[in-house]
Design a binder for this molecule. Structure first.
Ligand code: SAH
Ligand code: SF4
Length: 384
């Protein structure tokens, strides 16, 4: 039997393989990893003493060298339309947001991958906040764990509480690849939540090398945030496009699909519609042309306003016209209905909370200038 590591290991974020390595390190058989994963992610148990099929000796050992530490729910808000937003405090005191979107029989959880985001898309509240740090895998899967525990009825397995998970909250998941992959593996593993790979979606603004790396390591569904059919326009909306232009991003998406054995899989293309910026019929026609070779479905997201930018949402007529044009070209097109508007939980409105003023980026300080805030108080970075 080997010694415990010096610091307690947080088992919540260990991928299935990392859990096997951990128990082997302790001198235990690999099946103990399965037992631990099931206790934690299927039953939501957080005390080793409650894990009754482990020997007393092992439970005592785990007590000594491991822990199950989730982020903490600071507040929960319910929207009139049935969606929920949890403000979740992560290590260091900052908060990220997690949103539940119930829809018919589906319960989709939208989770965050970073505190803030470095990519600064011109229409995104998270981007305006600047980048603070990556979330750990425990903090990413912790959002799934907390929401599942909150939703499961007493005595019920927590693993069935959610039907879909989308990594479309705060941050760029592919710039936090290791932790994103660990969390995604836990979501899809049969010893954990067992959510099918079609129902776990990683959304990216187009980090080309990381799309290829994701394909090597895992196989969730991929969503591409497109937002513009030309490099000139996309450079303005998604600055990352200057590094990875459209042709390279679309080629990476093609490679992603080609690496999957299931030929029926498609990329979800997200297109945030902004009035008089990217919503003309010409933009629709160009988008149809651009995506001709890519197996995809298109999800139009009417722009969700927040107070730091002047953009506007197109009228319903404008949205329908754009959609109609793409339908005529033979695409599957859905319009994302805005949910949780009253609690600022819609796409791009998630800005979380930053613990300490001094931690905010210079850019955000400039943008937020004029907003009163006491230097001693935590600053709430609200998008609406
Ligand atoms: N960083 C990743 C995932 C998080 S953003 C990405 O960019 O894909 C999730 C989605 O919300 C993206 O498609 C993003 O473009 C969209 N979004 C951001 N701000 C928005 C806003 N204000 N209104 C509507 N959609 C927005
Ligand atoms: Fe970051 Fe995505 Fe927002 Fe762009 S849209 S700033 S990549 S979170």
């Amino acid at each position: 039997m080997s010694e415990c590591p010096e610091q307690k290991t947080n088992l919540l974020g260990l991928s299935p393989q990392a859990m096997r390595d951990f128990v082997t390190e302790l001198g235990e058989k690999p099946f103990r990893a399965q037992q631990l994963l099931k206790w934690i992610h299927q039953r939501g148990v957080e005390r080793f003493e409650d894990m009754t099929d482990l020997s007393k000796a092992l439970r005592a050992r785990l007590e000594h060298c491991a822990e199950i530490r989730a982020p903490e729910i600071v507040s929960e808000q319910a929207s009139a339309d049935g969606s929920y937003k949890w403000l979740v405090r992560v290590e260091g005191g900052s908060c990220v947001e997690t949103v539940l979107i119930p829809d018919g029989g589906r319960r989709t959880l939208c989770i965050s991958s970073q505190v803030g985001c470095a990519l600064d898309c011109s229409f995104c509240a998270t981007g305006k906040q600047g980048f603070q740090r990556d979330l750990s895998s425990a903090e990413i899967i912790g959002q799934v764990w907390l929401a599942s525990k909150a939703l499961a009825a007493d005595g019920e397995l927590i693993k069935t509480a959610l039907s879909n998970v989308v990594m479309m909250g705060m941050g760029e998941p592919l710039l936090n690849l290791d932790n994103t992959v660990s969390a995604v593996q836990l979501m899809m593993d049969d010893c954990c939540y067992g959510i099918s790979k079609r129902r776990v979606t990683v959304s990216t603004s187009g980090v080309v090398p990381a799309i290829d790396e994701l394909a090597r390591r895992s196989d969730p569904s991929l969503a591409l945030s497109l937002h513009a059919p030309t490099d000139a326009l996309r450079n303005q909306l998604v600055p990352l496009n200057k590094k990875y232009p459209l042709a390279e991003v679309l080629a990476a998406c093609q490679r992603y699909l080609a690496s999957m054995p299931d030929r029926k899989r498609r990329i979800t293309v997200e297109y945030t519609l902004i009035k008089d910026v990217n919503d003309s019929l010409e933009h629709a026609a160009q988008t149809a042309e651009l995506l001709r070779e890519l197996p995809c479905k298109i999800n139009l997201i009417p722009f969700n306003p927040f107070n730091l930018v002047d953009y506007q949402r197109p009228s319903n007529n404008g949205i329908n016209r754009f959609r109609q044009r793409l339908l005529e070209e033979g695409y599957t097109v859905t319009v994302r209905t805005t949910r949780g508007d009253d609690i600022a939980a819609a796409c791009g409105q998630l800005a979380g909370e930053v613990q300490d003023r001094t931690q905010r980026s210079a850019r955000y300080r400039r943008l937020a200038a004029g907003r009163p805030a006491s230097p001693d108080q935590p600053v709430i970075v609200r998008a609406s």
